[in-house]
Design a binder for this molecule. Structure first.
Ligand code: SF4
Length: 330
């Protein structure tokens, strides 16, 4: 039964695989671990459609991990701008330098997991795809597929890993892992799974139940707290004053508008030119943009016609766009 499942899945993958810039076609030589690692880090919390062009730009600029390790923090953080979750970018830099010092990526999931920013899923994905280790890479897509296949409502992570490993073939680990990811992303979707196109249909407990969406049971999400902050808009002679955020903490090391911390009182924001709402993982933020006369803190004058080169994360880029659009409309 399990051998049959993996054979059905691999055939489905051969017929339907997605061509992505970091992948090798089914059955081909494994891809470069640098590209697998970079794509997996970029894909954490970011969609494939967003990642594809950014990945291409990144590897064009830094084609090897050695080239990336030699780049400045500022250059990498600027290139990362707009991808969000900047702790990932800082871990990416630390990981690139560590791997380069050690002369290349280690080849097992256990060793990969010791590297900055690489957790259980990413280490297994790199080990399976780039090095052929029989490592069960379980992300939310794979968790959903396996839960449905076995009709599990509240499985533990170790249970899903064990069951994934049970259907994993003796070889072709990379193709299997990517086939499971693709199946979860395109066929066994959270809502409206396409069971009619699924290679697991005949043996799937959730399909047999008549209500596959009921598996696994959704976890209740905690409500996000809401915060308020102020960003100063300081403009002089066609340039705006930018600062660099502290290296640790949210948006750490990124270019930013100067401003208050984000514990402000919303009643004090009456003189704002506009407000940008942004949702972070653990809270949402209303950032009011307020004109200010004098530069605040250490920073630099960024010409407004070269704002793209500043590497502003999307929160501050949207704030700047709001100001510039309001000016055009006036
Ligand atoms: Fe998911 Fe349906 Fe396939 Fe079962 S048959 S694994 S529910 S897509």
């Amino acid at each position: 039964m399990t051998a049959n499942l993996s054979a059905l899945l691999l055939q489905h993958y051969v017929d339907n695989f997605r061509t992505l810039p970091w992948r090798s076609p089914p059955g081909a030589q494994p891809p470069d671990p640098y590209r697998v690692w970079l794509s997996e880090v970029m894909l954490q919390q970011t969609t494939v459609a967003t990642v594809c062009p950014r990945f291409e730009r990144f590897v064009k600029r830094w084609p090897t991990i050695e080239a990336l390790a030699a780049a400045s923090d500022e250059a990498i953080l600027s290139e990362w701008a707009g991808l969000g979750y900047y702790a990932r970018a800082r871990n990416l830099i630390a990981c690139a330098r560590k791997v380069t010092r050690h002369g290349g990526f280690p080849s097992t999931a256990a060793e990969l997991r010791e590297l900055p920013g690489i957790g259980a899923y990413t280490s297994a994905a790199i080990a399976a795809i780039a090095f052929g280790e029989r490592a069960p890479a379980v992300d939310t897509n794979v968790e959903r597929v396996v839960s449905r296949l076995y009709g599990l409502k509240q499985p533990s992570r170790s249970e899903i890993e064990r069951l994934t490993l049970a259907i994993m073939p003796a070889d072709q680990s990379g193709d299997f892992v990517q086939a499971m990811m693709d199946l979860g992303a395109t066929v066994c979707r959270t809502r409206k799974p396409r069971c009619g196109e699924c290679p697991f249909r005949a043996g799937c407990a959730a399909f047999a139940s008549g209500n596959p969406e009921a598996f696994p049971q959704r976890r209740q999400r905690a409500r996000r707290p809401h915060r308020h902050g102020v960003a100063w808009w300081i403009e002089r002679g066609g340039s705006v004053w930018l600062v660099r955020r502290p290296p640790k903490g949210i948006l750490g090391g990124m270019a930013a508008l100067p401003g208050t911390d984000w514990t402000g009182d919303p009643r004090k924001l009456a003189n704002a030119i506009g407000t940008v709402r942004h949702v972070f993982t653990h809270f949402s933020l209303d950032l009011a943009i307020v004109p200010h006369a004098e530069p605040e803190g250490e920073g630099w004058w960024q010409p407004l016609d070269r704002l793209d080169e500043a590497g502003l994360p999307s929160l501050y880029r949207r704030a700047a766009d709001l100001i510039l659009a309001a000016r055009l409309a006036a």
